[in-house]
Design a protein around this ligand. Structure first.
Ligand SMILES: [Mg+2]
Length: 344
């Protein structure tokens, strides 16, 4: 054997698929036929409906190969799909993966990618049941489809929020946005910085929490925060036909986010509202049920913050600033937000 790394273009598609099947290992639960036949054969649980979602990540658009390890990308690929299943209150089950790979990609990259995917899959009992490989003339592309299950009577949709409901968010916001800033800045020394970068590269999907929220039957509407609180709040409001008012003083974010933002001359709220990629859950819940749901989550070890309330659609979507002023909250763009006219 030479010292040179084997490239995937050298070993051919069939051998690569055989290698992947070996890496993926045995069939998971509900998998009657896994990788190797024309399709997978899956056995859904009785009285459950299927949830299906997919997410494509393109090198140069969604990630840079030099900024994320193959193992991290494998974990992340599954995690961002898991978050969507979580936001419906579902149980993740089976994944299908398409990889479009440049032929000079080292074989070790593929091995490490699958190792990351597998470790995330084991955490959430998801098995990979099929996929597709193709040669890419340029960027590396990773496209994952994830199936989950949920009882149709407890599924939580984006629509369902009503004026008077309170808005609850799990965990803390702005970490991934701060992590991305640090990655771009190329100055990562402190442990605190590593934590933020980790939050961006390998987010922790709120699968257990989403399930807890759905089975409690207390939530009226739910969405996961993939594009940022402002943007996803707009989506939930649009689906529900309502407006919302959030309170800047109640938005949960750690001191580390404040520090990173300040060091770079950015308002911390910019990361919290528009940073994106936090993969926390945003829930609308009636004022009577809100304390119960907060308690339920906290008892399960997850912080939960009530950050505002749902209003009639005619009130629009706005935020109360610490000085008491209220401004319309756009779905994106800090500059537009702070320069916009305050109202009332
Ligand atoms: Mg989503």
């Amino acid at each position: 054997m030479s010292e040179r790394e084997v490239e995937i273009g050298e070993i051919g598609e069939f051998r690569l698929i055989a290698r992947i099947a070996e890496l993926v290992g045995q069939r998971g639960e509900g998998v009657l036929i896994g990788i190797g036949d024309d399709t997978a054969l899956l056995e859904p649980s009785r009285d459950f409906c299927l949830l299906a979602t997919c997410d494509v990540q393109v090198e140069g658009v969604h990630f840079l190969r030099e900024a994320i390890s193959p193992s991290q990308l494998g974990r992340r690929t599954l995690a961002i799909n898991l978050s969507d299943i979580a936001a419906m209150g579902g149980i993740p089950r089976w994944a299908i993966l398409s990889l479009v790979l440049p032929p000079d990609l080292p074989l070790s990259w593929v091995d490490e990618f699958y190792a990351g995917l597998q470790s995330e899959g084991q955490l959430f009992q998801v098995s990979l049941v099929g996929g597709n490989l193709s040669r890419s003339p340029g960027p590396l592309i990773v496209d994952l489809t994830l199936f989950g299950e949920v009882e149709p009577d407890i599924v939580v949709e984006r629509r369902g929020a009503r004026p008077g409901d309170l808005l609850l968010v799990t965990g803390e916001l702005g970490l991934a946005g701060a992590g991305l800033l640090l990655l771009r800045g190329k100055e990562v020394s402190r442990e605190e910085g590593q934590e933020l970068i980790q939050a961006f590269l390998t987010p922790r999907p709120r699968v257990r929490e989403g399930r807890l929220i759905a089975t409690s039957r207390l939530a009226r509407a739910m969405i996961d925060l993939s594009d940022g609180l402002a943007s996803d709040l707009h989506r939930l409001c649009e689906a529900s036909g309502v407006g919302a008012r959030i309170d800047a003083m109640r938005l949960p974010f750690p001191e580390s986010v404040r520090r990173v933002a300040r060091e770079r001359g950015i308002e911390p709220l910019e990361l919290v509202l528009f940073g994106g990629e936090d993969y926390e859950l945003l829930v609308a819940v009636s004022p009577e049920d809100a304390p119960v749901l907060v308690r339920l989550l906290e008892d399960a070890g997850v912080s939960a913050s009530l950050i505002g309330e749902v209003c009639p659609q005619s009130d629009g979507i706005s935020m109360v600033f610490p000085d008491g002023s209220v401004r319309p909250l756009p779905s994106a763009g800090w500059d537009h937000f702070v320069r916009g006219k305050p109202h009332r």
